[in-house]
Ligand binder design. Sequence first.
Ligand code: GLU
Length: 437
Amino acid sequence: MSEEIDESSDEKLPAVELPKAEWDSAMLNLAQSQFLSAAQKMGLDENIRDRLLFPQRTMIVSFPCRMDEYSEVETVFGYRVQHVLTMGPTKGGIRYHEDVNLGEVAALAMWMTWKCALMHLPFGGAKGGVRVDPRQMSRPELQRLTRRYTMEISSMIGPDKDIPAPDMGTNAQTMAWIMDTYSQQHGYAIPEVVTGKPVVLGGSHGREEATGRGLVYLIRESAEHLGIELNKATAVVQGYGNVGRHAAHFLHELGVSIVGISDVSCGLHNSNGLNLQNVDAWLEQNGTLQGYIEADEINNQELLELECDILAPCALQNQITETNAPYIKCKILAEGANGPTSLEADGMLTERGIFVLPDVLGNAGGVTVSYFEWVQNTQEFSWTLEEVNDRLHKILVNAFHRTLVRSQRDGIDMRTAALIEGISRVAEAKLLRGVFP
Ligand code: GLU
């Protein structure tokens, strides 16, 4: 494998025939196309390239979930995918969403591999998911669902094997139920089987807000690089869940004016800056952003096309596409979500000079503090919040500058540079381990 960049290979992707498989989907297609483009630019060994295109292990389960109405039992589908087992245990969140499918989980697992390798964490990528709408379910239903799903995938997970964490639609409580179910099966407490747990069960200080905090550490580096003064800057944050809400608050603390936010119900715009305390109080009372009066209500497209310095998509995948990419008006696109930008849009943003903090870098704060949590658990030791944040900052800033230097040196965009940073580490490890038997 060569580290040289092939300048002539910019346009067309290699004619790799992708066998159609069970996990075939638009999202895996995006992850694979990004990977192939990076692989071509770095001149990746073809054997390794083909090996990394597909997940190493996948599990599909279907199981009954008893609803609160005692006579009602629903059959639900769940997944766990491990993309690369070369680097150490596999790591990645569990997503509850009504559209979850094997292809989506496989794509997310692949991104986890590059993310962990880019951060130099000793993990391969994994992801899990259950196809349900958690917002329609009661707490007892969610608990039963989580316990049964954990039991179904319990042969695949474990502190030295595969360590789940929260993702969209799951949280610290979900992790507590997984930890409890897994521990019950073994007869003693095994907190290190999941990360993102409540602190009292061995969770790490700072894990809950780590993805949003990490994104803002990286926005700070990007702004410095671009000469943008954050205390005069404006930001739009799409998604007001765990990532978006914390990112908005940390940006606000740095003096950034938050001119737009959104959740599943609507978008809000206030060109003078939203008062986040009032927004949070409204959310607490009403459950969604809709109806908040100190802002204009706008739709998702209008939100993404607002004039701002920083646009942070922190919700779903596939939000910035060839349709709206020409109208995106930010200077920094800070990807808190996984896969928010399509391949076509990526090229258009680069051409328009928008600085992209790609997902595998932008949202890596979460898994980095997950790693800290796992390390603290295995050593039965607890770090302070300052220690966690300090270490997180060092790791992210280091990854940012490695990516930036590679991007400038080789004349490639930040996403390709970040992917090459990750892929080359995995490829080197694969070559060193060799082929068995
Ligand atoms: N679900 C998060 C992600 O996409 C965190 C995964 C983890 O902490 O293991 O990066």
